[in-house]
Design a binder for this molecule. Structure first.
Ligand code: HEM
Length: 182
């Protein structure tokens, strides 16, 4: 994934546990880079290794780390100069969720090797969505949950996320039930 993601993971660890802990996790993950370059693509393995090493060192479940990292990602992108991209994607939570694919397409204009996930939303009622996540990457189910919770914080609304399961047994397609109260 692009260095921007690894940089966010680094900041996430440093903000929560300090620079020394980051150095330990970085070494454990086998990361040789002095610093990540945001606009450079890195093998996905690096990101997964960072999560694995953080889980081992902090004694935390990797899925819990991914969920917290998803929440952090929203805050990170806003501070890292992408708040205009988020602003353009929608003024309300439902509008934003329906625009996620367009938003990543817009991002792909500068991140030309981006392999973005795709999402589909179906309105169930005024406060409920069926939300689909399709990806080439395994293991990020709870990351997406964290992202949705982070968006709830950004829109200052209360959001609930329930993971339903894979779609038609396909490990690359996942379904969630998202509730929100604005
Ligand atoms: C301005 C905000 C955002 C930026 C700049 C951004 C950018 C990126 C980048 C660079 C990647 C790595 C993919 C790659 O390198 O091939 C990525 C992955 C991802 N993004 Fe976004 N993104 C943003 C917001 C969001 C939001 C709001 C969601 C909400 C659901 C989201 C969902 C994901 C997921 C789930 C992945 C993991 C890749 C996968 O599942 O295949 N992103 N994004």
């Amino acid at each position: 994934m692009y260095g921007l993601v690894n940089k966010a993971a680094q900041d996430f660890v440093i903000e929560g546990h300090g620079e020394e802990v980051w150095q330990i996790i970085k070494t454990k993950a086998g990361v040789d880079e002095v610093a990540f370059v945001s606009m450079q693509p890195y093998p996905d393995e690096i990101t997964y290794n960072i999560v694995g090493a953080a889980s081992e060192h902090l004694g935390a479940n990797p899925d819990d780390i991914l969920e917290a990292f998803g929440q952090y990602w929203i805050k990170f992108t806003m501070e890292e100069g992408y708040s205009h991209v988020l602003d353009l994607a929608g003024r309300t939570f439902p509008e934003f969720l329906n625009n996620l694919n367009n938003m990543h397409a817009h991002i792909a204009q500068s991140f030309t090797e981006l392999k973005p996930p795709t999402f589909f939303c179906e309105t169930i009622d005024a406060h409920t969505f069926k939300f689909e996540y399709h990806t080439e990457r395994p293991g990020l189910v709870r990351f997406v949950k964290g992202l949705l919770l982070g968006l709830g914080e950004r829109f200052k609304i209360s959001v609930g996320v329930e993971y339903i399961g894979t779609i038609d047994g396909n490990e690359n397609s996942h379904e969630y039930r998202v509730t929100y109260n604005s």
